[in-house]
Design a protein around this ligand. Structure first.
Ligand SMILES: Cc1cc2nc3c(=O)[nH]c(=O)nc-3n(C[C@H](O)[C@H](O)[C@H](O)COP(=O)(O)O)c2cc1C
Ligand code: SF4
Length: 429
């Protein structure tokens, strides 16, 4: 199991490490499936939608779209059948929070999916799990079997007349298949390339039918909100971004692992209070939000981490991966590593990203070998800006953020490479 750091406040991870994830009885003993019972016995679908909207929950998969609004769009769609998808592809390097939730508390996701299905009028759910997550897949399979045996899933759930089925689909190792429309193509048995949007999934998703797609962590918040209420949920986090966030911390901290913290916590608090500080070295920078996230320097250590506060600065919280780096890290080496990832994972459907990722890597590699020119730095920025404006999906559109923020803090360091010296001694020039 993934190491969990000290997390005093737990909503999503309330059962993590505390119950046997393979025992439905232990889940039930923690009020498990009570939320499904409550919505099916006491609430109309519109009331469920209102409660989720009132909670202010935003999608935890990266885009932070208001969850209640997305559910409402899907509920209002006229076409049928409708589908629920749980996005558990989690291909972002350094991100392992969804894996931990699935391994540690799979029934919570099943509950979230059933409630979502009831609220929007769907009877079929799919969970798309990253193929390498064998333990998550096994545990989820066991949990599905147990839920069916207990009649929480299948025909006539809780004797309410509501039917809901869930099927697992195993991903095949492509980062872009986490993008919602690429995921749907893949689920339909096609090559996982993103689609043009609009139409958006709530009106036309899987097999062209109305589809609600949510991240694992988003769905893990649903049962607690239904049981304890939206007012309770709003007591955590900030006014604009209620609730908590699960972070996967890695890098040069004393204790890497998984934490849950209220929205609005600062990076300094995460590093000191949760990860027990830096290893015996000085903080240089951190990448927040996964590989497509921004690099934050020392001046950003006290900025609240939540969608709104970061959004005001043109930054993102993304999936919640935090990679902390000390002074031994070469900013250019790090950038080259990220660009290599994007070049490999670009699906190639659109030219700006297919060619742009290749060119960006070429430029970064040339600079790291001492073969770059001063103009190359601006050419990288220009290329990423063109990609931002012209790429089909967020993979190509978002590269500008890690590149521009790396250069904001480390342009001089990158320029040193052009002059023939890597200040940290990492690059072989
Ligand atoms: C390249 C790329 C990869 C993505 N990977 C994931 C992923 O692994 N899991 C996820 O939930 N969302 C991922 N997303 C975001 C999804 O497209 C979508 O916004 C999300 O699943 C919606 O769920 P939410 O509203 O609960 O956040 C990715 C987006 C892009 C552009
Ligand atoms: S931006 Fe990249 S990943 Fe997205 S569709 Fe275009 S080529 Fe594919």
């Amino acid at each position: 199991m993934i190491k969990e750091l000290k997390s005093p406040l737990r909503v999503v991870l309330e059962n993590y490490g505390r119950i046997n994830p393979e025992s439905i009885e232990e889940y039930i003993a923690q009020d498990g499936y009570e939320a499904v019972g409550k919505v099916l016995r006491e609430m109309r679908p519109e009331q469920v939608l209102s409660e989720i909207k009132a909670s202010g929950l935003q999608g935890r998969g990266g885009a932070a779209f208001p969850t209640g609004l997305k559910w409402e769009f899907t509920a209002k769609a006229k076409d049928a059948p409708k589908y629920i998808i749980c996005n558990a592809d989690e291909g972002e390097p350094g991100t392992f929070k969804d894996r931990a939730i699935l391994e540690g508390d799979p029934h919570k996701i099943i509950e979230g999916m059933i409630i979502a299905g009831y609220a929007v009028g769907a009877h079929y759910g799919y969970i798309y799990i990253r193929g390498e997550y064998l333990l998550s897949i096994n545990r989820f399979n066991k949990a599905l079997k147990q839920a069916r045996e207990h009649r929480f899933l299948g025909e006539d759930v809780f004797g309410s007349g509501f039917n809901f089925q869930i099927e697992i689909h195993q991903g095949a190792g492509s980062y872009v298949c986490g993008e919602e429309t690429a995921l749907m193509e893949s689920l339909e048995g096609k090559r996982g390339n993103p689609r043009f949007k609009p139409p958006f999934p709530p009106s036309s998703g899987l097999w062209g039918k109305p589809t609600l797609i949510n991240n694992v962590e988003t769905l893990a918040n649903i049962a607690p909100i239904i049981l304890k209420g939206s007012d309770w949920f709003r007591t955590f986090g900030t006014k604009k971004c209620p609730g908590t966030k699960v972070y996967a911390i890695s890098g040069h901290v004393k204790e890497a692992g998984l934490i849950e913290a209220p929205m609005g916590i600062t990076l300094r608090e995460i590093i000191i209070d949760y990860a027990q500080g830096m290893r015996d070295s000085k903080f240089k920078m951190a990448q927040v939000g996964g590989t497509a996230g921004a690099i934050l320097g020392e001046d950003m250590l006290d900025v609240p981490l939540d969608y709104a506060s970061l959004g005001e600065k043109g930054l993102v919280l993304g999936s919640g991966a935090i990679l902390v780096m000390d002074e031994t890290t070469c900013a250019l080496d790090m950038l080259e590593c990220f660009l290599n990832f994007f070049k490999r994972e670009s699906c190639g459907k659109c030219i700006p990203c297919r060619v742009g990722t290749e060119k960006l890597l070429e430029l970064a590699t040339a600079i790291s070998r001492g073969e770059g020119k001063e103009d190359d730095i601006d050419l990288m920025l220009h290329t990423a800006k063109v990609m931002q404006k012209t790429s089909l999906c967020a993979l190509g559109q978002s590269l500008i953020l890690p590149i521009s923020t790396t250069l904001k803090y480390s342009r001089e360091e990158v320029t040193e490479h052009i002059k023939g010296r890597c200040p940290t001694g990492v690059c072989k020039i």
